[in-house]
Design a protein around this ligand. Structure first.
Ligand code: NCD
Ligand code: ZN
Length: 369
């Protein structure tokens, strides 16, 4: 089958551009894959936990981080959303003021110590029913949730019958929806059948991002060779979960699931006593998503298949966040391409699918047409 796709330039509604000398290179990777805009996560050091400047030792502001990204090349994006990192210092007044100024469009919940740079997170139970979430509701600011229960023992954290994510979706998400009937929620990087089914049956104000790696790989791929560069959180799960995620993104007419790569550059992954969490897919995310859709049985060469893919990649996300899809297109074709380890000056970054016994079967032809 030969296919050329002309799709609206797409939005990556969960990514990490970090800080320092390589920010421009990471943004360039995104622009090079036809990306029209991004939601750049606030788990920098220090975290982006203020709205307006000036920065302090404890926190950067959305205003100043935005300027850093814009100067590093993000001014070429049509949209740049930086969520506020919810910490013990977040107040309802900050939410009101941030919404009024237009700088605040989303907030991010991190489970304390649950993932990379998440140590400033405050447990979900402290937020539910509180004034900060009420201020989000009142101002219609989206809450982005890293949905994993923090602080579990190993046997509860990852087991064939339950994971930190399934616990969070059965215990916390229903309580959030009940307590905050107007709150808009994006369930970030969902990985389980439980989360996929929860989002599918939730009200329209609940959406979800899904990464390429969670649509392509399972825990078997991770441990067969202990591939550090496939280690991200929430960790890749089981075949039934992969099937549920594929079903969610390929259900005709679906409007809740959209692209959010969670691309996270890590120059040092493995240490003597652990592994940093995060996969890098800068430069090759649409190709990987296309491969996942094809493996799910979607024919991207016909109109129905192209429509499914366009919804997920280019239109559902903007619709959820309330901005128009890109009026420009990018072009990709079904032809093998390669991706290589990126040298950064701070150590190598190994992107997926390097070393995963599967080459890219798609190529970006033009980032903008
Ligand atoms: C992310 C990172 O590296 O910043 N890592 C990850 O495993 N996904 C943080 C996050 O989104 O959890
Ligand atoms: Zn992330």
């Amino acid at each position: 089958m030969s296919a050329v796709l002309n799709l609206p330039r797409w939005y990556d509604l969960h990514t990490h551009f970090r800080q320092g000398a390589n920010v421009g290179a990471y943004i360039a990777d995104h622009l090079g894959m036809g990306c029209a805009g991004a939601l750049a996560m606030p788990n920098t050091k220090p975290p982006v936990a203020l709205i307006h400047g000036p920065d302090t030792d404890k926190a950067w502001s959305i205003e100043s981080y935005r300027n850093i990204l814009l100067q590093a090349g993000a001014d070429a994006f049509d949209q740049l959303i930086i969520p506020l990192y919810l910490t013990a210092d977040t107040t309802p007044e900050m939410i009101d003021k941030g919404a009024e100024s237009g700088l605040l469009r989303a907030c991010k919940y991190y489970p304390p110590h649950g993932t990379t740079n998440s140590e400033h997170g405050v447990p979900m139970e402290n937020w539910i029913g509180g004034d900060v979430f009420r201020a989000l509701e009142a101002n219609q600011i989206t809450l982005c949730i890293h949905g994993e229960q923090h602080g579990l023992a190993g046997s509860e954290y990852f087991d064939e019958n339950q994971t930190a994510e399934s616990v969070f979706y059965s215990e916390k998400l229903p309580a959030i929806l009940d307590a905050h009937p107007e709150l808009r929620i994006v369930c970030e990087h969902i990985t389980t059948q439980d989360a996929a089914e929860f989002v599918s049956t939730a009200p329209a104000r609940v959406g979800a991002t899904i990464t390429p790696q969670h649509l392509l790989y399972t825990v078997g791929h991770l441990i067969q060779g202990l591939r550090y560069h496939l280690y991200c959180l929430p960790v890749v799960k089981f075949e039934k979960d992969l099937a549920a995620l594929r079903k969610a993104v390929t259900t005709p007419g679906q409007s809740k699931f959209f692209a959010g790569t969670d691309s996270a550059p890590h120059t040092t992954k493995a240490t003597e006593c652990g592994c940093a969490a995060g996969c890098y897919t800068g430069g090759c995310a649409p190709q990987l998503y296309a491969m996942a859709f094809e493996e799910a049985g979607v024919d991207l060469g016909n109109e129905a298949g192209e429509d499914l893919f366009t919804r997920f990649l280019s239109t559902n996300g903007p619709e959820f966040y309330g901005f128009p899809p890109s009026p420009e297109n990018f072009q990709m074709k079904r032809e093998p391409s390669t991706v290589e380890t990126r040298e950064t000056g701070e150590g190598p970054i190994v992107p997926l699918p390097v070393g995963m016994e599967r080459e890219l079967t798609w190529t970006i032809v033009k980032e903008s047409v």
